[in-house]
Design a protein around this ligand. Structure first.
Ligand code: C5P
Length: 220
């Protein structure tokens, strides 16, 4: 019997990360933050002086395949260096969105993503978990929220971290990133045909977790 997987896909700042981590915690499952892999790849590529576009594609893909990454709870390590905060900036997210549109880079990260599928199960957070990486997942959820509320959540997060932020810049960045993620030729952001839609515009993360858990129990 296949190892169970719950996929949570959706646009930037839809709350997937929070919901997915809480689900993994409650179910005692492994957790895959696939966005982090693109963020780490972008960071490593930038440091290597590679252009984050088609001219750097082959080199970035090669680099992605050899990444020495370690996840430890909330922290992420790249070749022994704690890069937890370095990959969480707005710039790191935008760079991730550029490298993620390169097909060879996506292919290079497939095996690593599959390796997270371990007993007793996996919660996978991303854009193409249900459509490309785990098409046979037990449950696929597509989480959305209005652009306005997503920008607001991102703004609150940045301020809580002590960073400065500008609402209208955030909204512009978020919409540009969504457009790039939805229009790319490989693995565009879209709900899987068999995904259940969850709009979190007017619900809390805890309510979203309860909804997904309810769906999950129905599948057992
Ligand atoms: O989810 P997060 O904001 O960390 O993702 C950063 C970027 O990585 C996204 O904007 C998207 O372009 C890309 N990504 C992707 N496929 C995934 C996860 C993230 O293309 N499965």
């Amino acid at each position: 019997k296949a190892i169970p997987v719950i996929c949570l896909d959706g646009p930037t700042a839809s709350g997937k990360g929070t919901v997915a981590a809480a689900l993994a915690q409650q179910l005692g499952y492994a957790f895959l933050d696939s966005g982090a892999l693109y963020r780490i790849t972008a960071l490593a590529a930038t440091r290597a002086g590679l252009a984050l576009d088609t001219s750097g594609e082959a080199a970035i893909a090669a680099l992605a395949q050899g990444l020495d990454i370690r996840f430890e709870g909330e922290r992420v390590w790249l070749a022994g260096e704690d890069i937890t905060t370095a990959i969480r900036t707005e710039e790191a997210g935008i760079n991730a969105s550029h490298v993620s549109s390169l097909p060879a880079v996506r292919t290079a990260l497939v095996a690593l993503q599959h390796s997270f599928r371990q007993l007793p199960g996996l919660v996978a957070d991303g854009r193409d978990m249900g459509t490309v990486i785990f098409p046979d997942a037990t449950l696929k959820v597509f989480l959305t929220a209005s652009a306005q509320i997503r920008a607001q959540r991102r703004y609150d997060q940045l301020l809580a971290k002590g960073d400065s932020a500008n609402m209208s810049d955030l909204l512009d960045d978020l919409q540009a990133r969504d457009a790039r993620d939805m229009s790319r030729s490989v693995a565009p952001l879209q709900p899987a045909q068999d995904a259940l839609l969850l709009d979190s515009t007017s619900c809390t993360a805890a309510q979203a977790v309860q909804q997904v858990l309810g769906w999950w129990q129905q599948r057992q």
